[in-house]
Structures are given as structure tokens and as C-alpha cells.
Design a protein around this ligand. Structure first.
Ligand SMILES: CC(C)(COP(=O)(O)OP(=O)(O)OC[C@H]1O[C@@H](n2cnc3c(N)ncnc32)[C@H](O)[C@@H]1OP(=O)(O)O)[C@@H](O)C(=O)NCCC(=O)NCCS
Length: 161
């Protein structure tokens, strides 16, 4: 049931990293966490940028969230802290049940602007979530096509031309 979907912050441990292997976007970020854990550079159950949703004991949806400092903000006016959201993914059997929306709503609940780089073919979803294409700025965006969401009162920066 939609109402029982709970978003939780994920800690880095061998169990979580094993669950991450079921996601398509498993890559460098996960491998480096695994190496750090194996070589005791980070402790078991360290904080991670990941948030997830469990169905029973199984992790079925996840995303990464990182708060970027206003010093590096090139997207919003006035420059402010914002959230970068990446690796939003719901396992195939659990799609279209509200898990993706639940995670995005959780990100929005911090009341900070959000920026993400959508995967191909996910535009329909992001549009439903109220995200819009950032005005393209070549020097900033290069090969990216960022989408942004702004809470009330925040405006997008006008790109310098
Ligand atoms: C994209 C993704 C994160 C969405 O998560 P989800 O849990 O399946 O989506 P939700 O059930 O929360 O959907 C929320 C709303 O977005 C809509 N939606 C979901 N995926 C969509 C899509 N690809 N295009 C258009 N609308 C979409 C749903 O129909 C729903 O609309 P409603 O509120 O009117 O019912 C998830 O499907 C995923 O990880 N996909 C991976 C592969 C991928 O990117 N696919 C894109 C399509 S090929």
C-alpha cells in the first residue's frame, strides 16, 4: 500500500552494498564504498548519501541526495544551497506503485531547490514530479541536460550569454 512506503537513510555496510548490486546503475560510487569498507577506511554502518525504500527485507528503490553549498550554486537566484539528486531507481517489479514519487517527495520535503540529470526516457516521470529543464548554458551544462525543481520563492538563475 502507498501509505506504508517508508523512506529511510541507508548506511554503508556489506548487506546494503550487496543489495545495491540489483540496481542497474551500480558503478564506481558503490565499488569505492565497498573498497573503503573492505580496507577499513570507513566503518561499518557509516552514513551514505543514499536513501531507500524496503519491501519486507528487500531494498526495492533508492536515490542519492547531496547538499551542494551555495558557494557552488550556478543554477538558482540568489545562489543558495541545493540538493543534487541522482541514481533514482526502482527495481522493475516495483515500478508504477508510487515508490519513485515517494522518494522525490522526500527530497522535496527539505524545501531546497533540487537538480538532477535524468536518464533517457524518464522525462515523463520528472515532468509529473514538477521538474523542468534548466535553461541550457553551455559552459555550465556542457553535455548535461539538467532538470530542476524549485520550492516557492526560489527562481532559476538567468544564464549569462
Ligand atoms: C522512472 C522511475 C524512477 C519511476 O519510479 P516509479 O516508482 O515507477 O514511479 P511512480 O509509481 O512513483 O510514478 C509516479 C507517477 O509518474 C508516472 N510515471 C512513472 N514512470 C513514468 C515514465 N517513464 N513516463 C511517464 N510517466 C511515468 C506514473 O504513472 C505516476 O503517475 P500518476 O501519479 O499519474 O499515477 C522508475 O520507473 C525507474 O527506476 N525506472 C528505471 C528505468 C527508467 O528510467 N525508465 C524510464 C521509462 S523507459
Amino acid at each position: 500500500m502507498m501509505d506504508t512506503i517508508q523512506v529511510q537513510k541507508l548506511v554503508v555496510n556489506f548487506k546494503t552494498l550487496e543489495e545495491f548490486k540489483r540496481f542497474k546503475e551500480y558503478g564506481n560510487q558503490e565499488l569505492s564504498m565497498l573498497e573503503d569498507l573492505q580496507s577499513n577506511i570507513i566503518e561499518n554502518d557509516s552514513v551514505s548519501p543514499f536513501y531507500g525504500v524496503y519491501y519486507g527485507n528487500a531494498l526495492v528503490a533508492r536515490m542519492s541526495l547531496y547538499q551542494v553549498s551555495s558557494r557552488y550554486d550556478d543554477y538558482f537566484e540568489p545562489p543558495q544551497d541545493y540538493l543534487e539528486l541522482w541514481k533514482l531507481e526502482v527495481l522493475p517489479d516495483y515500478r508504477n506503485k508510487g515508490y519513485g514519487k515517494k522518494l522525490v517527495d522526500f527530497a522535496k520535503s527539505f524545501k531546497l531547490p533540487i537538480k538532477t540529470n535524468p536518464r533517457i526516457n524518464s522525462h515523463g516521470f520528472w515532468e509529473k514530479m514538477g521538474f523542468q529543464k534548466a535553461k541550457y548554458d553551455m559552459e555550465r551544462d556542457l553535455g548535461e541536460n539538467p532538470l530542476i525543481w524549485t520550492p516557492t520563492g526560489v527562481t532559476e538563475k538567468t544564464p549569462s550569454s
